[in-house]
Design a protein around this ligand. Structure first.
Ligand SMILES: NC(=O)c1ccc[n+]([C@@H]2O[C@H](COP(=O)([O-])OP(=O)(O)OC[C@H]3O[C@@H](n4cnc5c(N)ncnc54)[C@H](O)[C@@H]3O)[C@@H](O)[C@H]2O)c1
Length: 274
């Protein structure tokens, strides 16, 4: 109940989905929550339910991030927990990629079983625009860096803190329709390990969560890709938001005081590791 009592926690992308569930769990454990999101209406509604605060923040915009963190420093004086969670899946304007994924997947299986030779190809990277690539990297990689840098300007004053970066299993396995997403998520895991080493002397722990597929708005558009994912998951299902939130509570709490530079991956067995 009180695992995060008196802690101040900032969650990016906390208006809905995993971020909102993490905010709820943090609140239940006694934390004061600050929700930052581009969807300020929804962020405000979520914050209101948790007696928390909401701020408009575009994590991909350095000035927007700096502006909010300065306000937070003035209002709250300190910050204990940062969750770098905000994000997109890259299919928002590209339903065609998902449709193509199913089509090509079926064609490849058919070709292979009939002739042993594959003639159909995904061709996502060769057709990706600069804008698609840059948007993805800006939100995830720049956003994680911008928020971490600004949070440290506050956390360094008390030499204590917990930073949690949202990765993904696709940062490890790769995803055939999302080279930009997989690249950004893999980079976040590297950034997590580097900052964990740098900040250990300050008693600021940095860890990542790499969720498997979880039921949220982000995955609701996946359509038939869901079937492919479920069949490749030993538990044969998607996870629930709570499966990730409890991992975040653990990493944010004193129970994880000896844990830094790690990646926790609730994923139904989609990826298995040490
Ligand atoms: N749902 C999954 O299966 C899954 C799996 C692995 C990793 N993740 C990661 O978990 C995180 C949350 O995903 P979700 O499923 O809750 O998605 P979601 O779409 O439900 O929520 C994402 C939130 O991020 C906000 N956001 C988007 N761009 C932003 C920006 N530039 N600045 C600030 N806020 C922004 C959105 O407004 C939204 O509130 C993401 O980092 C995602 O990559 C999700």
């Amino acid at each position: 109940m009180n695992r995060l009592k008196n802690k101040i926690a900032l969650i990016t992308g906390g208006a809905k989905g995993l971020g909102a569930s993490i905010a709820q769990h943090f609140f239940n454990e006694g934390a004061e929550v600050i929700i930052c999101d581009i969807n300020i209406d929804k962020a405000q509604k979520t914050a209101n339910k948790l007696n928390g605060n909401a701020y408009y923040m575009d994590v991909s915009n350095s000035s927007s991030v700096q502006n909010v963190f300065r306000k937070i420093e003035t209002k709250f004086k300190h910050l204990d927990i940062l969750v770098n969670n905000a994000g997109i899946n890259g299919f928002e304007k590209r339903q065609d990629l998902l449709d193509e994924r199913i089509k090509i997947n079926n064609q490849q299986s058919k070709e292979f079983s009939e002739t042993g030779k594959i003639e159909s190809h995904f061709d996502v990277t060769v057709n990706m625009s600069d804008e698609e690539w840059i948007t993805m990297i800006s939100i995830y990689l720049n956003g994680t860096f911008f928020c971490t840098r600004e949070a440290l300007k506050i956390m360094n004053n008390i030499n204590k803190g917990s930073i949690i970066n949202m990765g993904s299993v696709l940062g490890t396995t790769g995803g055939p329709s999302s080279p930009h997403y997989s690249a950004a998520k893999a980079a976040i895991l590297g950034f997590t390990r580097a900052t964990a080493r740098e900040l250990a002397s300050r008693n600021i722990r940095v860890n990542a969560i790499a969720p498997g597929y979880i039921d949220t708005d982000m995955t609701s558009s996946l359509g038939d890709v869901k079937k492919i994912v479920k069949s490749g998951t030993p538990m044969k299902k998607f996870g629930e938001v709570e499966d990730i939130s409890w991992a975040a509570v653990y990493l944010a709490s004193e129970e994880a005081k000896f844990v830094t530079g790690q990646t926790l991956s609730p994923n139904g067995g989609f990826v298995m590791s040490q």
